[in-house]
Structures are given as C-alpha cells and as structure tokens.
Design a protein around this ligand. Structure first.
Ligand code: NAD
Ligand code: MG
Length: 395
C-alpha cells in the first residue's frame, strides 16, 4: 500500500525538495494534497507531475483563477479549495498518513496542530509553529500518538544521533548535551559596524543553503538558531543550558549529541535538505535522496567557534524568551516575523530587527501560554506592538 502524503507549503523551498524526493520513490507514495498561498504557477506544474486529489490555494482570488486554469487541463479532476480552514481539512484527511509541515511562519500553526491532533506522521519543517505553541504542540502529539519527525537539518541530525527507538518529546537516556551547529550565515565575519547597512539581497544570499527568504534572513541574524535552540528544547526535552550553539561555517556536521560517557555522535552530509526529508520519509528505513555522496577530501577541514552574542543579539533574545517562558517565545517569534518582513520591504534596517524584537518583548509579561487561545492572542498582540514600533522608529 502506498503512503498518502499531504504537503503544506508545496511551492516553497522545502515543498519542492520534498516532491523531488517523493518522485524518486513514487511506488511508495501517493500525493494526496498540495497547498500554496498564492503561487499557482508552480502549483500547476506540480499538479501535472504529481496529480494530487486536492489542492488548497489559500488566497481566494488565486484559487478562483486556478479553478479556471484546471478546467481544460489534463488534471481537471483535482479539487481546488481555498481559505485557511481548508489547510486543516487536507492535513487531516483519512487517506493522508504523513503531513509535511512546510508553511513558513505562524500561518502553519493551525494545520500542523490539526495534523498532530489527528495522529498523523508529522514531518516538521515549520519550526515557528512549534516555537510559538511549545508544550501545546508537544502535548497534542503525545495525546494522539502522532509521530513527529524533525525536518530542520540540525534536529534531524540530533534525532539520527539519538539512541535506537527514540521518540520525539522524550528525554533520551545518557544524553548530556546537544551541540547545535550553525553556519553563522553571510555576516559571520563582516565588521559589526557595517551590519546596519546590509540589504535584503545580501541577507538572503546564504553561503551554504538555498532557502526561502524569511529563513534566510533569520539565518543572517541568527534568530534561526535562536528559534532552533527553543525547538530543540521542546523536541528533545532538554534545558536551554544543555544546548551549546556551535558555529561551524562548512555546514558538513549538522549537529551532535554528547553522551555522559564522553561519546559525541555527529551526523554529516552535504548541505541539502533532501537528506533530512528522505530520512524522515523513509524512517525507520533509508532510501536514496538524490544527494551526491559527501566528498570528505573536498571538505578537508572543519572549523568550530563560539557564537558572538554582540554580533548576533537575536540569539540573546531567544535565550531570554525561553528563560522567561509563558507567552514570551510566542512574542519573540511574532515580533521577528513582523520585523523580518519590514526589513525585506526595506522599511527597517537589518540591525533594527533585533531592536524591534527586544522592545516588543519588553512590552509583555511572560504570562501563561497553556491554551491555544492564549497563544494566538499573544501572537496577534505582539504583531500589533511590533508594527507600531516599526512605524515609530521610521519617523
Ligand atoms: P518558502 O518561503 O520557500 O515557502 C513557504 C511556503 O509556505 C510556500 O509554499 C507558500 O505558499 C506557503 N505559505 C507562505 N505563507 C503562507 C500563508 N500565510 N498561508 C499558507 N501558506 C503560506 O519557505 P521555506 O524555506 O520552504 O521554509 C518553510 C519552513 O521550513 C519554514 O518554517 C522554515 O523555517 C523551515 N525550514 C526551511 C529550510 C530550508 O532549507 N528552506 C530548512 C529548515 C527549516
Ligand atoms: Mg536548521
């Protein structure tokens, strides 16, 4: 029997890589559902190749346009849905076994959570969803018996280095620390005083990874690593003090697990997201990902440094948020999404991203975040505050 798969965010960088891997193993998978926000051009091509049963185009006008386009096409039988509720619907369809959660940002929370509650196998790329909802998400996974497999390359590496039969959310026996690697992004060695003039084009040009725009900016500010530190605490039931961020510019080691006996296990490979995607799709087995074998002689050397919190204040803010607890990680994430968007729209300087997040966090108390309503309210309020601060800063 083929496994049914739903890809939330099919037209994005992770979505495209997932379809690439799925196409290599089409005898094992049936693509049931694909979703996009507005990009119906790429979605149409994907429909021709993968022929899903249903697609969601969140934007209603684009969905109408897409229906017209499908009418006289070879794939006219595909059902087209629109609106955010439709994302939850396709993520929980009976014939869907695995859900690739690859929407960017908070927009991915409700469908990913719906998949978790429905007991699906969740391939989680959408780290913002986990960071903002924290224990609520992990509890939903535990309660339904869903399988949570991390797609983020670092967390996938950690998962691979965990003891046999490890389950996400459990504290693994004998693990002392996690060494969470980071490339350091494009500005690792730029003189700090030049960072305020960084342009969006410079920030999205990552030295090792080809990713969507938002995560590329997060990598440049290192907020990505801050979010990943929080993600690791949740996925592996660790304290922030047990996570050491390590700058490793070659991006060959994707993270390490340090055991109490002094053993350190690392997962290595070329920096290509098809590796963690293929691992999670094939889990607990393995199959070809399409990625070239690692040429260890070409790698030749590997460097490791401690991160500089003065250069990367977003890292400090992420530690501050997780220590404060409650709604603070939600506020951190929301303020970051707003600030990054403003930076990409050239309304904010690169170095002011951290300023906006810090000032937004200062406006909130770390009240409890134990219901979804509280999380969504904190997310919405933090966005309003961050937007106000951006307007105030530009005047
Ligand atoms: P992307 O910008 O390339 O793609 C985003 C996808 O989400 C698109 O399909 C888009 O249509 C959809 N989308 C955007 N806004 C939406 C909305 N409001 N409602 C519904 N759908 C929406 O992003 P990406 O780089 O593929 O990243 C996706 C997620 O995976 C992010 O959470 C990112 O942090 C995580 N991730 C990405 C990489 C990578 O290499 N790209 C690595 C690790 C983790
Ligand atoms: Mg990562």
């Amino acid at each position: 029997m083929k496994k049914g798969i739903c890809i939330l965010g099919a037209t994005g960088s992770i979505g495209v890589s997932t379809l690439d891997v799925v196409a290599r193993h089409s005898h094992l998978y049936k693509v049931i559902a694909l979703t996009a926000n507005t990009n119906i051009v790429d979605l149409y091509e994907q429909c021709l190749v993968h022929h899903p049963e249903v697609v969601v185009v969140v934007n209603e006008a684009k969905a109408e346009e897409f229906k017209v386009q499908l009418k006289d096409s070879p794939v006219s039988d595909i059902e087209v849905l629109s609106g955010v509720k439709a994302l939850e619907h396709v993520a929980t369809l009976d014939n869907v076994d695995s859900v690739m959660a690859a929407i960017v940002g908070a927009a991915g929370l409700l469908p990913s959570l719906a998949a978790a509650k429905a007991g699906k196998t969740i391939l989680l790329a959408n780290k913002e969803a986990l960071v903002m909802s924290g224990t609520i998400f992990m509890q939903a996974v535990t309660d339904s018996g869903a399988q949570l497999l991390p797609i983020d390359s670092e967390h996938n590496a950690i998962f691979q280095c965990m003891p046999a039969a490890y389950v996400s959310g459990m504290q693994a026996k004998g693990v002392r620390r996690i060494l969470l690697t980071a490339s350091g992004g494009p500005f690792r060695s730029m003189p700090i005083e030049q960072m305020r003039d960084v342009t969006p084009a410079q920030a999205v040009a990552h030295p090792n990874w080809d990713m969507g725009r938002k995560i590329s900016v997060d990598s440049a500010t290192m907020m990505n690593k801050g979010l990943e530190m929080i993600e690791a605490c949740l996925l592996f039931d660790m304290q922030p003090e047990q996570i050491q961020i390590v700058i490793h510019p070659q991006s060959v080691i994707h993270s390490m697990v340090d055991y109490v006996d002094g053993t350190v296990l690392a997962q290595m490979g070329n920096p290509d997201m098809r590796i963690p995607i293929a691992y999670s799709l094939a889990w607990p087995e393995r199959f070809d990902s399409g990625v070239a074998p690692l040429d260890i002689f070409k790698v030749a050397r590997m460097d490791f440094e401690e991160p500089n919190l003065q250069r990367f204040p977003c890292l400090r803010l992420a530690y501050q948020a997780i220590h404060a607890g409650g709604i603070m990680p939600t506020v951190l994430n929301a303020a970051n999404e707003i600030a990054v968007e403003a930076f990409l729209n050239e309304q904010l300087r690169f170095t002011d991203i951290a300023v906006i997040i810090e000032h937004t966090m200062a406006k909130f108390e770390a009240t409890t975040a134990d219901t979804l309503e509280l999380v969504l309210a904190a997310d919405a309020e933090a966005r309003v505050v961050a937007n106000h601060l951006i307007v105030a800063l530009s005047h």
